[in-house]
Design a protein around this ligand. Structure first.
Ligand code: SIN
Length: 271
């Protein structure tokens, strides 16, 4: 297995692996270590059936069922990521961490791309939330360390996607603003513009300003990021506990199609 970094701190291409065959324990351990080291792993030229995609993901844990469920495949464990000229929106077209409205947000997601836009575009940017935290001033870190934020599924799913909520509404949960990655022990800035509605204990104006500073920090510091250009057969596996991503919709009126499988985390985000 070859590991080729995309930047010194986030993202790596993993070569010489065929994910369509069951991986032995050594190969799996190497991928797991690379996942912890680089946060975003890119596997090229894979030929995977939906079942093989799910089988690879299951090696890392139980599969997650997305609150928006299974438009398109009939499989609640598969989220279709499809954009056409008739799309009103593209899933993930803004900085976010997947499904942080859940009490147990996914530990990781695997997106397998099968159709890419005919004239280029459609990359995904990823941002390193360890570095985002480390780059803050000591005074800001001290302020954030004890705060808790609310993450609300209504924000993207109703606000942006205009979907009809299920009975009882979309999930809404609280998580610390700074969490500790359960495997690496490193601190992570854990608010995202997709789901974080407000910070508890602050008045609304204070919460808005503070979140605005943090969202701007994530969105405007290129050093935090790496960028993945997709080809048919690319599978990208990201650590949802320490990265954010942004799918770029720069290819209208062309089409893009992928399927995403996510893995349930074993623990809630904690300090
Ligand atoms: C997502 O998982 O948010 C979509 C990512 C993408 O389409 O690149």
């Amino acid at each position: 297995m070859n590991v080729t970094p995309l930047t010194p701190h986030i993202g790596a291409e993993i070569g010489d692996v065929d994910l369509s065959h069951p991986l032995d324990d050594d190969a799996l351990a190497s991928i797991h270590q690379a996942f912890l080291d680089w946060g975003v792993l890119v596997f090229r030229e894979q030929q995977l059936s939906r079942e093989q995609h799910k089988e690879f993901a299951r090696r890392f844990g139980q599969l997650h069922t997305h609150p928006l469920n299974s438009e398109g495949t009939g499989d609640p464990e598969v989220l279709v990521v499809k954009t056409t000229k008739d799309s009103a929106y593209t899933a993930g077209n803004g900085w976010h961490t997947d499904v942080t409205c859940d009490a147990f947000p996914p530990m990781g997601s695997m997106l397998y791309m099968s159709r890419v836009p005919g004239y280029g575009g459609g990359d995904t940017m990823y941002a390193d939330m360890y570095l985002a935290y480390e780059m803050l001033s000591e005074a800001m870190k001290e302020l954030l360390d004890d705060l808790v934020a609310v993450h609300d599924g209504a924000l993207p799913y109703i606000g942006a996607y205009k979907s009809t909520p299920p009975e009882g509404g979309y999930p809404k949960n609280e998580h610390p603003v700074v969490v500790t990655h359960p495997e690496t022990g490193r601190k992570v800035l854990y608010v995202n513009a997709g789901f974080t509605s407000h910070i508890k204990g602050l008045n609304p104006d204070e919460s808005k300003v503070l979140l605005g500073i943090l969202f701007d920090h994530i969105a405007t510091v290129p050093r935090l990021t790496c960028r993945v250009s997709w080809q048919p057969g690319t599978l990208t596996f990201w650590d949802n506990r320490c990265t954010q991503h942004h799918a770029i919709w720069d290819y209208y009126p062309h089409e893009r199609y992928g399927e995403r499988v996510s893995i349930v985390a074993g623990e809630r985000p904690g300090i």
